[in-house]
Write a new protein. Structure first.
Lengths: 351, 176
């Protein structure tokens, strides 16, 4: 045994539990090692106590009792509660850090447009429901004009606010008033054959259903070609972080066609097949997978228009309807590349 | 004869080494002269009362006990102010079968401190201490506690002893 190992026998010496060989090794080493000798001398007091039978019995009884707990042991319920609270806070913090950030919503406001500006008619190129395959790019003229309108938006917005404050009408009524009253000539050629069959092969059931409804109404999409962009007189503004889209809905929109829409009744989204109340003014929430210009029209009337960004909701102004029955709106998405995409929006107003 | 002579030579060698160790130890607690006197007194007791002891494992534990009692006695005499002129009871070795009251008091005090310190030990140390108090040797403890080697038990006991000593303030005896 080396010196360190021999020193480990000190505890056994005091307790008197060393074997004869261990004790001989320890004491022989102590005779040559002053430190070990001193250590053994200090153990003598303990050895004296441990050799006393009464003391030994008392120590054994003390060892059989429950061990003394440190003071903090009495606070263990509180410590556990604090630990759980910390864990919960950490979970919330991680969840908040990892969830998707709120998507700002584009909200289009209708603004009053000078009467002289409502005469220009722009003919849009032929469009199809869904852009499939190579196609010539759309004329940039229409987009340029629309962007120009967008830049005028703040001023127009101020005009609308002024008009609203001067006249005792609601914003919905004001929006209604600015709809172009005069019919716009629509000389639209018939649309090309619809090629959606290939596109719907692997779509989920709800999405396929929505796309089927789109293709069913796509026969009359040529009306969008004759939209009166001056009469559209729409602008939009971005309300960052004010409205959030639920992640589930957002994910569904990501997986759908290039253009998705939902009915907004107040601030709540409603399913597409909702039967609306007669005379109810609704808004549409449109989400595009790519940036472009969105135009909402009904027949020849352009109800709203504005630029959209990829996956960023675009809310139209309130769209009133005074009578009951079916109604078909159209949403046209014009992107930088490819042909415009037209999505029909069938609405049903009850009695 | 040869073994007897050999044993005697060993005893002389052991006592000689023992004297050196006692003087060095006592010098750290007493004066140098007192340490020399103490070592001489211890060897005198061993020579007069225990001439039959030859082995180191017999002589050392006994000498440790004698040294401890002598040092305690010296401290008590130094503490008794005004009594230096009186004759010490150590110089009048009257037979008394009962234990020394001072020793008993010190033992009781140390026992109480040990109980308090042991209550703060970990479960393994408490079990180890329990087995030692029951008289189990380290090989027996190794089997009972399922240690892989005897060195493991040595290490456990070394750490437990250190923990116990720390809990008692670094010294088995209370500092005065």
């Amino acid at each position: 045994m080396n010196r360190e190992d021999i020193r480990k026998l000190l505890g056994g010496y005091a307790a008197g539990t060393l074997t004869a060989a261990e004790q001989e090794a320890l004491l022989a080493a102590a005779l040559e090692d002053q430190e070990l000798f001193d250590a053994l001398m200090k153990e003598e007091a303990l050895r004296d106590v441990l050799q006393d039978p009464a003391s030994k019995a008392e120590l054994l009884a003390a060892l059989d009792q429950a061990p003394a707990r440190p003071a903090w042991w009495n606070w263990r319920p509180l410590i556990g509660a604090v630990a759980m609270a910390g864990l919960a806070l950490g979970t919330v913090a991680v969840w908040r850090a990892t969830r998707e950030k709120p998507v700002s919503v584009l909200v289009a406001d209708s603004v009053k447009q000078p009467a002289a500006a409502s005469t220009e008619v722009v003919t849009a190129p032929p469009v199809r429901d869904v852009a499939i395959g190579p196609a010539p790019p759309a004329k940039p003229v229409a987009r340029a004009k629309t962007r120009a309108q967008v830049q005028v938006a703040p001023e127009s917005r101020r005009e609308l606010d002024t008009a609203a404050s001067n006249a005792p009408v609601s914003k919905d009524q004001a929006a209604d008033k600015i709809m172009p009253a005069a019919p716009v000539p629509a000389a639209a050629p018939p649309p090309p054959p619809v090629q959606q069959a290939q596109n719907q092969v692997n779509l989920p059931a709800p999405m396929a259903q929505q796309q089927l409804s789109q293709s069913a109404s796509s026969a009359s999409v040529a009306a969008a070609e004759a939209m009166n962009r001056n009469a559209a007189v729409n602008s939009f503004r971005v309300t960052s972080g004010v409205k959030e889209i639920s992640p589930a809905l957002f994910a569904a929109k990501k997986a759908g066609p290039p253009l998705q829409w939902a009915i907004l009744r107040g601030d709540r989204e409603s399913p597409p097949d909702t039967v609306l109340d007669a005379g109810e003014a609704i808004r549409l929430r449109i989400v595009s997978l790519g940036p472009g210009v969105v135009t909402v029209s009904e027949g020849d009337k352009v109800l709203a228009s504005g630029s959209v960004e990829s996956l960023r909701p675009f809310d139209t102004p309130p769209i009133p309807f005074t009578v009951s029955g079916p109604r078909v709106l159209r949403v046209t998405l014009t992107m930088d590349k490819g042909e415009p995409i037209v999505v029909p929006i069938p609405l049903m107003y009850g009695k | 004869m040869i073994p007897l002579d050999g044993n005697r030579v060993d005893r002389e060698h052991i006592l000689s080494r023992l004297r050196e160790r006692i003087v060095a130890f006592a010098a750290s607690h007493l004066s140098r002269d007192a340490a020399e006197d103490l070592a001489q007194e211890v060897l005198l007791v061993l020579h007069e009362k225990y001439p039959q002891l030859e082995r180191v494992e017999d002589l050392l534990p006994l000498s440790f006990q004698i040294v401890r009692f002598k040092i305690l006695s010296t401290r008590r005499k130094a503490a008794r102010h005004g009594e230096y002129s009186q004759v010490s009871v150590d110089d009048l070795p009257l037979p008394d079968p009962a234990a020394d009251p001072a020793i008993l008091a010190e033992r009781r005090e140390m026992r109480e401190r040990l109980v308090t310190a042991m209550s703060g030990l970990g479960e393994r140390c408490r079990e180890l201490m329990r087995l030692k108090l029951q008289g189990k040797t380290f090989p027996e403890i190794q089997k009972i506690m399922g240690a892989g080697t005897i060195n493991t038990v040595y290490t456990w006991d070394h750490r437990c002893r250190k923990n116990l000593l720390d809990a008692m303030g670094g010294d088995w005896e209370a500092k005065r």
